[in-house]
Design a protein around this ligand. Structure first.
Ligand code: NAD
Length: 429
């Protein structure tokens, strides 16, 4: 008997180690029982709509020719054009990009942005290449994926090791090929080129907003609440300053240089200045240096991992004494640790909701580029806060309705929205 093609596993999924893509598939399995009649369409979430692998030949500064492998994956575009960053990393694989694209579908739908999910990457260690080489690599990559990206098709943005300059090169290359300046093809651009005000702080601001909402639901006042933050960069640093301004006590911060603690609250503004001047928080006054183990075990109202993935894991989950974990980073809690924390009654605001502030302001950037009309920073922050609050409220209502965690509720909310769009659009032909 021939297996029905819908249920055949595509060859590229048949790998021994599915890695992050395997984790994503597991998450979809877990929410399927909650999708009701829409589960008929769930297979659409288990395979990317389009995966492109491109060869990027570039002449290096020394005259030799090097070839790099690049990817662009559009996981799902049922609700709108694909949206997701471009990562430059020596360990990027197609499978990883597929998972990251899928999580973008979930994130955009969880916050109700009119986007699908996409992601891209180049297998390269950018530290080994000159600025000129990186520009040529970026431009050739953009040209190679040019036929599948565009303001109405798929809109890249910065991710690990890419930045506003990378986006400027991508936008320029796409525009040259199209024959007209097309600012809306990427987001995260410099403000001088159609970028949005407020984008830099957007993710940290979103973390702050959903952190306040979760605290409110748990009957915790932000003023005087203890906050512990891992990561003092874009996300962690912004969240720290916003909680500090709101009267919370940021009692500990960890970055790559160490962990600092002050039970009466750190002076976040002085710490920001110290980190800017010295490259990290280590050695700042009025705080004691603590070990990583002591850092994770601090009793606190809010714990905000905002640095790397898998930081809360089997080794430290049992020691965590936070009432609420707000995931600023992507994937900071391993599934095993998630189970431990959930069984202890810890509330976890999941990454797909908590760190969606960045893509939300990317959405604002795209809208502003379309209309060529730019909003003020207070206007952007106001709209961001409203969208984050609405997203939190709807996910939280689903969690209560099904008596599930906020993570499962975010996936139920997102997958339902994606599959409703899929169903009402129908299949072509
Ligand atoms: P960043 O580079 O600005 O800051 C990273 C911080 O993590 C730094 O303070 C660094 O010192 C710290 N860090 C690095 N290694 C560490 C270690 N071993 N132990 C403790 N701290 C360490 O990065 P970011 O933009 O703030 O991103 C942080 C996380 O948030 C990442 O997971 C990223 O994917 C995620 N995220 C970022 C955005 C965004 O808009 N920037 C959006 C969504 C998700």
């Amino acid at each position: 008997m021939t297996e029905h093609p819908t249920h055949a596993i595509p060859s590229y999924l048949n790998a021994e180690a599915l890695g992050p893509w395997g984790s994503y598939l597991e998450q979809v399995e877990r929410v399927t029982p909650y999708l009701g009649k829409l589960s008929k369409w769930v297979e659409t979430l288990k395979r990317p709509k389009r995966s492109l692998i491109v060869d990027i030949p570039v002449e290096l500064d020394n005259g030799t020719i090097a070839h790099f492998e690049g990817y662009r994956v559009q996981h799902n575009t049922s609700r709108g054009p694909g949206k997701g960053g471009v990562r430059f990393h020596q360990e990027v694989t197609l499978s990883e990009v597929m998972a990251l694209a899928a999580w973008m579908s979930v994130k955009c739908a969880a916050v109700s942005l009119p986007f699908g999910g996409a992601k891209g990457g180049i297998r390269i260690d950018p530290r080994n290449y000159s600025r000129g080489e990186l520009e040529r690599i970026t431009r050739r990559y953009t040209s190679e994926i040019g036929s599948i990206i565009g303001p109405n098709k798929d809109i890249p943005a910065p991710d690990v090791n890419t930045n506003a300059q990378t986006m400027a090169w991508m936008m320029d290359t796409y525009s040259m090929n199209e024959g007209g300046t097309t600012t809306g093809v990427v987001t995260g651009k410099p403000v001088s080129l159609g970028g949005s005000l407020g984008r830099v702080e957007a993710t940290g601001r979103g973390v702050y907003v959903v952190g306040c909402e979760a605290a409110h639901d748990a009957g915790i006042a932000i003023e005087g609440a203890r906050i512990v933050i891992q990561g003092f960069g874009n996300v962690g640093g912004t969240a720290a300053r916003l909680f500090y301004d709101a009267g919370a006590k940021v009692i500990a911060i960890q970055d790559h240089t160490g962990a600092l603690h002050n039970a009466n609250g750190l002076d976040v503004l002085a710490l920001t200045k110290h980190a800017e001047e010295t490259g990290g928080i280590a050695g700042a006054p009025d705080a004691e240096q603590i070990s990583p183990a002591d850092f994770w075990a601090l009793e606190t109202e809010l714990l905000i991992p905002a640095a790397l993935e898998s930081q809360i894991n089997l080794e430290n989950a049992n020691t965590v004494r936070a009432k609420i974990v707000v995931e600023g980073a992507n994937g900071p809690t391993t599934p095993d640790a998630d189970d431990i924390l959930t069984s202890k009654g810890t509330i976890i605001v999941p990454d797909v909701l908590a760190n969606a502030g960045g893509v939300t302001v990317s959405y604002f950037e795209w809208v502003q580029d379309f209309s060529s009309f730019f909003w003020t920073e207070p206007e952007i922050n106001h709209r961001l806060e409203a969208m984050m609050r609405t997203a939190y409220t709807s996910v939280s209502a689903v969690a209560k309705e099904h008596a599930v965690s906020l993570r499962t509720a975010a996936f139920i909310t997102a997958c339902t929205r994606i599959l409703e769009a899929r169903e009402v659009r129908g299949l072509y032909p």
